[in-house]
Design a protein around this ligand. Sequence first.
Ligand SMILES: Cc1ncc(COP(=O)(O)O)c(C=O)c1O
Length: 394
Amino acid sequence: MVPHDRRERPEDEAEGPCGGHRQHASHPHQQPLRRHRLRDSGKGRVSEPGRQREGPRGSKDHRGVTEGSAGSTAISLATVAPAYGCRCHVVIPDDAAVEKSQIIEALGAIVERVRPVSITHRDHFVNIARRRALEANIASTQIESNDRQTNGSAYVKTKMLHTKQTNGSAHANTELSSTGKYCPISDSKGGFFADQFENLANYRAHYEWTGPEIWEQTKGTIHAFVAAAGTGGTIAGVSRYLKEKNRNVQCFLMDPPGSGLFNKVTRGVMYTKEEAEGKRLKNPFDTITEGIGINRVTRNFMMAELDGAYRGTDREAVEMSRFLLRKDGLFLGSSSAMNCVGAARVAQDLGPGHTIVTILCDSGMRHLSKFFNDEYLANHGLTPTATGLEFLDQ
Ligand SMILES: Cc1ncc(COP(=O)(O)O)c(C=O)c1O
């Protein structure tokens, strides 16, 4: 799925931003200049409802699929859901670029934009998405029960199911669903929570597809892979696969502001003493990048095999995006730009003669209201000023 372009592109290499290195970038969204195109996106594959852990297999049954997403996974899910006869309900943090919600709605899915809160809060977007699936399951059981009673047949143990489900980590909020406002899939035959953060189908898609594609397209000459993590699925699947092919391929995390993964990889703990809960000066989500950075270790991230980590700033991501636009005609989203900052850092450290790969996750088209909005950047002190790559030296 995600039929951006399934054609294989010829391998094409050239000097990257840090002269003397071959840098490869895989991405499904752009016309290639010096880069490889993935045959399909991992997100796309993960988003196929039939591939999901305990997903609604053979699901021409009008089930609903729910997901908590910063946007990309939701767009993939919303794209494929109708083909599976599924309805799609997405919960998205309201600091994500609004055009992503618009795309998801245009694809026919329901979008709930919610305030960003900690994952420990019941109203974190992921917890709400899980709850919506539970609500749909309860509603569908109730509908079934009512139907059977109307037909004079036996009684269904609705109450038992309700008790079992509300004992889970996310509690079904029947109050909300009874309004019908937030449970638009309640008339479906139940709900399935795709759970991209914890569902290992995510990691597996990258292990089975993205990793091999990178290996094939670089003809096994790759020296290093670097990427930021959102769910961790990409970096985990790719790093595992590459390490199995060649232990000497080095794999690095690129971490954006506000994320705890850099510390986890380099020091084994999510937070330094200075960053302990309550001591942070900034909101942990206070970054212009979207879809990357996290303050918990997901099941997917746990599968990663990493040699180290880098940290990138919002300014570097903005400057890199403008540099690549000017120099290579690449119109990239914020996480892709951050990944390229990571590739440049690895190139600086490894020196000339190395093949370094990163991922171009999405295009700038999904980032017009923030990352490519001059006013927004000026308000956040991020107006780009660099003429070359001098920002990497700061
Ligand atoms: C735009 C974008 N870039 C990067 C990522 C990170 O990929 P992963 O979730 O595989 O770590 C995501 C995750 O959803 C994303 O939406």
